[in-house]
Each structure stands twice: as structure tokens, then as C-alpha cells.
Write a protein that binds this ligand. Structure first.
Ligand code: MN3
Length: 249
């Protein structure tokens, strides 16, 4: 991210230097840029931004390789972000929160762009945060208690989650959610659907942990061995972040 920002800044500076001779005869000063008023955003427009990873592309190796992380974040997630914002333009959803939008999406042709790209935007934004370097292990505190209450043991939970991730046919996600009753549950969804899409999914809830099982998430390193990727994911889970997600509901 830093590198990209640097490159963008460099490009602008280069362009500035290149442009200078074209305006060289008037009274432009180096301070001119600071005087330019900031662009005002039009009212009732929601623009979702691609979040930063928060760690280097290679920080998750050997569990997830750097090239996969780079393509996944900079191409796939960036693509969902761009198309989601495009789909929101001029729609009834402008100005609404992400959760409101996802909860309101209908299972029809009109909402398909919002469903795929809004889901893709949300799902990956959650995913980058619930994994990290030097993580894994088991949760503690309230989250550990909630998992024990809902699944009996942590092992029961992890087996159920791994099964959901393995058996999700084709592309999709496995989730740990809090159901409206307060109970934790494991579920999985197709494509970029997620459990907040109450008009679409069978099992509704608020995701606190998600695993992307699209082939683009693992194929470079694991090819068809989805099970190995799922096991590797358990070495990356940031349980502190999952606990925060639960506490924030
Ligand atoms: Mn993905």
C-alpha cells in the first residue's frame, strides 16, 4: 500500500514537473496547490474505499503466498469495490450503511450487481482483518465461552467450520456467525453472498469470522487441495479481531 501511494505521489510529482514549462510564464507559486479548495462530496453519496491489508503481502507466508495476497487484494477486492460503487450510483441505497444495503438486497436480476459486488466488498474487508501474521491458536475470554456454549468444544467448532468450508460446492465462503438469538453458528454461502443478506440466505446472522474458499484465494499455492488451505487458515486466524467483531454486535 505504502509502495503504491509512493508510486502515485511520484507520478504526480513527475507530471507536475513535466507540466511546469507549460505554465512557466505566469505567477504560479509552489504554494498554489495548498490554496485549492477541497472538492466537496455531493450529498447522499456513499463511496466505499478499498481498505488496506494492514500487513505486507508476504506476511502470511508460508500459509498464504505473497502473489495470491497481492492479486486477491489489489485486483479482486479492488474490482468489487469499484463495481460496488458504480452499482450504488444514483440508486436508492446512496447514503445508506453497508449493513443496511446488504440486508436490503433482493434476490432478483435488478440487485445482482449490488449483491455480487457489495458482498465481495464486505466479505473481503472482513477477511483481511480476521487473519494476520503470527496468529492462530485458540480464542480466549468471552469469545471462547461463547464458542463452548454453542458448540460444546473448540474442536467441535473447528471441525464444523472446516467441513462447511470443504463442502461448499464451487465458489463461496464459510462463516462463524452470531444468530439473532445470540447463539454462534457455522454456515456457508455461495459466491459473494453473506449471512447479512436476509432476503437471500437461509441462515441469517452477523459474521464474526469468514473464510474465502474461491479458488482465487488459494489455487496458486494449493491448486486443488482446498483442505490444506483451510487447515493453513487456522494458523492465521486473528482471534482478538474475531472477539472484537462479536463484542461490537
Ligand atoms: Mn476472494
Amino acid at each position: 500500500m505504502k509502495k503504491r501511494e509512493f508510486l502515485r505521489t511520484s507520478a504526480m510529482l513527475t507530471m507536475g514537473a513535466f507540466m511546469a514549462p507549460l505554465v512557466g510564464c505566469d505567477n504560479n507559486t509552489p504554494d498554489q496547490e495548498q490554496e485549492t479548495p477541497k472538492e466537496k462530496e455531493p450529498e447522499k453519496t456513499t463511496v466505499f474505499e478499498l481498505p488496506e491489508l494492514g500487513y505486507a503481502f508476504d506476511a502470511l507466508e508460508p500459509h498464504i503466498d505473497a502473489r495470491t495476497m497481492e492479486i486477491h487484494h489489489d485486483k479482486h477486492h479492488a474490482g468489487y469495490t469499484k463495481k460496488f460503487n458504480k452499482a450504488l450510483e444514483g440508486s436508492q441505497w446512496a447514503g445508506k450503511s453497508l449493513k443496511e444495503i446488504l440486508a436490503g438486497i433482493q434476490d432478483n436480476e435488478t440487485d445482482l450487481g449490488l449483491r455480487n459486488n457489495g458482498g465481495g466488498y464486505y466479505n473481503h474487508s472482513l477477511f483481511w482483518k480476521v487473519i494476520g501474521p503470527n496468529k492462530g491458536g485458540e480464542p480466549t475470554g468471552d469469545l471462547a465461552d461463547a464458542i463452548t456454549q454453542s458448540f460444546g468444544t473448540f474442536e467441535n467448532f473447528s471441525n464444523e467450520f472446516k467441513d462447511a468450508a470443504k463442502t461448499r460446492f464451487g465458489s463461496g465462503w464459510a462463516w462463524l456467525i452470531q444468530e439473532p438469538s445470540g447463539k454462534l453458528a457455522v454456515t456457508d454461502t455461495a459466491n459473494q453472498d453473506n449471512p447479512l443478506m436476509s432476503n437471500i440466505v437461509g441462515q441469517v446472522g452477523t459474521p464474526i469470522l469468514g473464510l474465502d474458499v474461491w479458488e482465487h484465494a488459494y489455487y496458486l499455492n494449493y491448486q486443488n487441495r482446498r483442505g490444506d488451505y483451510i487447515n493453513a487458515f487456522f494458523n492465521l486466524i486473528n482471534w482478538e479481531e474475531v472477539a472484537k467483531n462479536l463484542a461490537a454486535i
